[in-house]
Write a protein that binds this ligand. Structure first.
Ligand code: NAD
Length: 370
């Protein structure tokens, strides 16, 4: 198969959808891999690394879209790319269709095969191509939180791990899924006194079993949150209710009970945030203050560490890309139920329920396109 990897053109997107290691895996199976010149630079992968891995470099985005049977990307196509996409071309990338009617209509009109990373789903309902970014954001939330707890950044002025003779900082993590678990591991590793809250008792039991002794678990409810926010120095929001906006678990009136310089990191900001005072921020201006409490609410945290994020993402996406390249998209989707769930729009037909519902479009049975 002829595979094209364009340079991402969305503002501040430095990831690339394939590493040189991924290009080598596809090349050695006999596929032709074309990378847009400079596409890997933002993630620290020069063109020569791709050439050494058996890929070819093309100068422009038009060349890449023009030659490829399958385009592998990171972010959804944006307006300047719409006209480059050909009928029948496979697009394997994050789409988040339900948040853009314009994108949905553009992909219906061009007749492409849209396989969306975010809806590839395992039998246990986990989302293998979203997990890596949650892992990055979870681990990063503690690193950012520790930084903003420093006085010069407006924080309370405590060191997460304390020192001999001085107790460590208290870290509260609300939500014990992927983000929360990774955050807890990092905070615990730095020596902080960590509390994880979740509404799922089985999840709390599991966390209690695997976490080190400086991590305690607690049921998430309004009473417990209201009490805990008074003592904690760093509070990380990591809840997710699939398909719904995040609930506002930390309310505005709770801020006045917190220590001045408490740091709130709302990782769930991309679902509306789990703190009432959350509003989305960017890496250029990541924080704001409400009632002497510092808020960090960056919606694309993995964007700050593109090298780690690129490698983490491609570790998860490559095995499916290989299946598609080896078998063609139809057979690969027939053979793999998780991948089949990734089909969203095919040859002008919406085959994913959430997308059809979002824009009141007819829903076609996925079998009808296979
Ligand atoms: N900002 C970013 O850059 C970024 C990056 C990756 C993920 N995210 C977001 O982080 C959030 C968490 O993602 P995840 O992968 O950890 O999800 P997950 O599904 O693995 O975990 C969510 C957890 O929240 C728990 N939960 C639900 N309601 C709760 C409540 N009221 N109180 C406490 N816990 C509750 C669930 O039981 C679950 O354990 C999502 O909104 C995701 O979109 C943001």
């Amino acid at each position: 198969m002829i595979i094209g990897v364009p340079k991402e053109i969305k503002n501040n997107e430095n990831r690339i959808a394939l590493t040189p290691a991924g290009a080598a895996e596809l090349s050695k199976r006999g596929h032709e891999v074309y990378i847009q010149a400079g596409g890997g630079a933002g993630s620290g992968f020069p063109d020569e690394d791709y050439i050494n891995a058996g890929a070819k470099i093309l100068p422009t985005i038009e060349d890449v879209y023009g030659i490829a049977e399958m385009i592998i990307k990171v972010k959804e196509p944006i307006e300047p790319e719409y006209k480059l996409i050909k009928k029948g071309q496979i697009l394997y990338t994050y789409f988040h269709f339900a948040s853009s009617e314009e994108l949905t209509n553009a992909m219906i009109e061009n007749g492409s095969v849209c396989l969306a990373y975010e809806t590839v789903e395992m039998a246990n309902r986990s989302l293998p191509l979203l997990i890596p970014m949650s892992e990055v954001a979870g681990r990063m939330s503690v690193q950012e939180g520790a930084k903003y707890l420093e006085k010069t950044f407006g924080g309370y002025g405590v060191l997460l791990g304390g020192v001999p003779g001085v107790p460590p900082a208290n870290v509260l993590i609300i939500g014990g899924g992927i983000v929360g678990t990774e955050a807890a591991k990092m905070a615990a590793g730095l020596g902080a006194d960590v509390t994880i809250m979740d509404v799922s008792l089985p999840r709390l039991r599991y966390l209690d079993d695997i976490m080190p002794p400086n991590v305690k678990t607690m049921m998430s409810n309004e009473y417990n949150i209201r009490e805990a926010v008074k003592q904690n120095d760093l509070i990380i929001g990591a809840v997710l209710i699939p398909g719904a906006k995040a609930p506002h678990l930390v309310t505005r009136d709770m801020l006045s009970t917190m220590k001045p310089g408490t740091v709130l990191v709302d990782v769930a900001v991309d679902q509306g945030g789990c703190f009432e005072t959350t509003k989305a921020t960017t890496h250029a201006e990541p924080t704001f203050v409400v009632d002497h409490v510092l808020h960090y609410c960056v919606a694309n945290m993995p964007g700050a560490v593109p090298r780690t994020s690129t490698i983490a993402l491609t570790n998860a996406t490559l095995p499916y890309a290989i299946q598609i390249a080896q078998k063609g998209w139809k057979q690969a989707c027939i053979d793999s139920e998780p991948l089949r769930k990734g089909l969203n729009v095919v040859d002008g037909k919406v085959v994913y329920e959430g997308v059809a519902e979002a824009f009141n479009l007819p829903l076609h049975n996925v079998e009808s396109v296979l």
